[in-house]
Write a protein of this length. Structure first.
Length: 303
C-alpha cells in the first residue's frame, strides 16, 4: 500500500456560530541542531478589512446546519471520547469555520498565550490549503458546543504559515497562527483564556489530542479527545510524532497538550493534528514545533 501521507480533510462545516475572544509567556523547549540558522521568512496574509462583516453575515446557523457532511461520508467508527471535564481546554479550544474554493470547511484550533492576546494555533492547511490560496470567511468559535459558543465568534485579521508550507506543502511545517480581530472590543484570550505553548514537540510524554471530529459517531458539535504516548514514524518519513487516535475529519488543527491536568483542564500545547499515512490510518501525526514555528510565533504574537 502506498504509504504517502494524506491530510485529514477539513470537514465540511456543520453547525452554528454567533459573536467573541483570548492570552503570554511561552516556555521554550530545548533547541536541536536543526534549529540553527537565521529566522525563516513566513507567509503572511493580511485579511481584507471587511472580513469581519462578511464572515459574520455568511455563517448563519441555517447555513452551517445545511453544510453537514452527507451520510455517505459518515463512515469512520473512530476511537476517542467526548471531553466532559470542562476547564481551560474546553474554553480555549474551538471550531474554525471557513470557505475555500467555494467549499465550506471546518477545522479545530486553540487559543495560546501571546502578547497581543489575539492568537490561535491550528494546522496550516486550515488557513492555506495545499492547493494554494488563503481561506476566506474565517471565524473561530472558542468553547463551541451544540451550535454556538459562550463568547460567539472571532474573525481572522492576519494569518501566518511557515514558508516551507506555503512553498512546498511540507507536512513537517503544517502549523499556522491566526491573529484574531477583537469582538465587542474584547480580546479572545481575555474571555476564553489561553493555554501555554512550548517548542520541541511532545517527545514520548503522555499527550492529549483535542478537536471537533465530524464523521462516524461524532457530529462535530462537542469537543472530543484521544490520549497516549506519541512515537516517531518507524519509516522516518516525517519528523512529526504519531499517536494512536482514530478521531476523524474536523479534528485538523486541534491542539496536542502535554502535562494536562485532567482535573483543571490546563496543559501545554506542543503540536496540532495534521495528517495520517494511507497505510496506517489509525495513527494521527502532529508536526514538530521547531525553529520555523518558533519564529512564526514570535512574529504572530505581537501582530
Amino acid at each position: 500500500m502506498d504509504p504517502r501521507p494524506f491530510r485529514i480533510p477539513a470537514a465540511p462545516a456543520l453547525a452554528a456560530v454567533t459573536a467573541a475572544a483570548l492570552s503570554v509567556a511561552v516556555p521554550a523547549g530545548p533547541a536541536s541542531a536543526s534549529d540553527a540558522g537565521p529566522p525563516a521568512v513566513p507567509a503572511v496574509h493580511r485579511v481584507a478589512p471587511d472580513l469581519d462583516r462578511r464572515a459574520r453575515a455568511y455563517w448563519t446557523p441555517r447555513r452551517m446546519r445545511a453544510a453537514a457532511p452527507p451520510e455517505a461520508e459518515r463512515r469512520d467508527e473512530s476511537a476517542g471520547a467526548p471531553w466532559t471535564r470542562g476547564g481551560p481546554v474546553a474554553r480555549s479550544t474551538g471550531r474554525v469555520f471557513a470557505t475555500w474554493a467555494g467549499r465550506e470547511q471546518v477545522c479545530s484550533a486553540a487559543v495560546v498565550r501571546a502578547v497581543n492576546r489575539d492568537l490561535v494555533v491550528t494546522a496550516a492547511h486550515c488557513v492555506r490549503p495545499a492547493g494554494g490560496g488563503w481561506a476566506d470567511n474565517w471565524i473561530f468559535v472558542p468553547g463551541y458546543r451544540d451550535g454556538a459558543g459562550p463568547h460567539g465568534g472571532f474573525t481572522a485579521r492576519r494569518m501566518f504559515v511557515p514558508d516551507a508550507w506555503a512553498r512546498d506543502g511540507d507536512g513537517d511545517h503544517d502549523v499556522a497562527f491566526v491573529a484574531l480581530a477583537t469582538a465587542g472590543g474584547r480580546h479572545v484570550a481575555d474571555v476564553a483564556g489561553a493555554q501555554r505553548l512550548a517548542f520541541g514537540g511532545p517527545g514520548g510524554r503522555p499527550t492529549h489530542v483535542f478537536g471537533y471530529p465530524a464523521a462516524g459517531r461524532f457530529d462535530g458539535e462537542r469537543l472530543a479527545y484521544c490520549s497516549g504516548r506519541p512515537v516517531p514514524d518507524r519509516r522516518g518519513l516525517t519528523a512529526g510524532r504519531g499517536l494512536r487516535c482514530g478521531l476523524p475529519r474536523g479534528v485538523s488543527g486541534g491542539p496536542w497538550l502535554t502535562g494536562l491536568d485532567r482535573g483543571t483542564g490546563a496543559g501545554t500545547v506542543v503540536s496540532v493534528s495534521s495528517f495520517r499515512f494511507s497505510d496506517d490510518p489509525g495513527t494521527l501525526y502532529g508536526p514538530p514545533f521547531g525553529k520555523a514555528v518558533r519564529d512564526l510565533y514570535a512574529r504572530a504574537s505581537v501582530s
